[in-house]
Design a protein around this ligand. Sequence first.
Ligand SMILES: [Ca+2]
Ligand SMILES: [Ca+2]
Ligand SMILES: [Ca+2]
Length: 166
Amino acid sequence: MNAKTMCSISVLTVALTLGAIPGWAQVPPQSGVDGGHNGASQAIVSTNLQELTFTSTTIPDTDSLWACVATCSVQAGFPGGVDVDGRLVLAHEGGVVVGTERKFELNDNRGIEDPEVIEVSTTGMVNNFGAGTHRLSCRAAKTEAPDPNFTIQRSSITVSCSDHHL
Ligand SMILES: [Ca+2]
Ligand SMILES: [Ca+2]
Ligand SMILES: [Ca+2]
């Protein structure tokens, strides 16, 4: 085995070794799912957003940025009397994820058998998640302070994340 062959084998060995180290090789897209739920009835009593359910999503250290899509689904209960206007949002940490506010109305029309509950959902995407834990939550509030309180009777959040942003 001459010197040139030895050198080629060494280069190949180094290349194969580096290829086995995460970050050096081209890794396939990675993904994961997460979620949370709350079956307790929660009174919504103010125009300040109140957390309904959440999940702490931990992004692994992949030397890449991840994007997460999340959906909130809740059942809102009507207290009766007059119409009530509420809003539901998806939040990241304490901030509303842009584009996710959904307003809804609970209404009692005289002489009409109205629904006692309505289902409301919202969905959105958050980009540029680095490694670490991120709190994603569903939050609700009244839109008008004088309106009667209402309840969120149950809620769920589902999260899907990937480091492959299309
Ligand atoms: Ca109204
Ligand atoms: Ca009615
Ligand atoms: Ca009814």
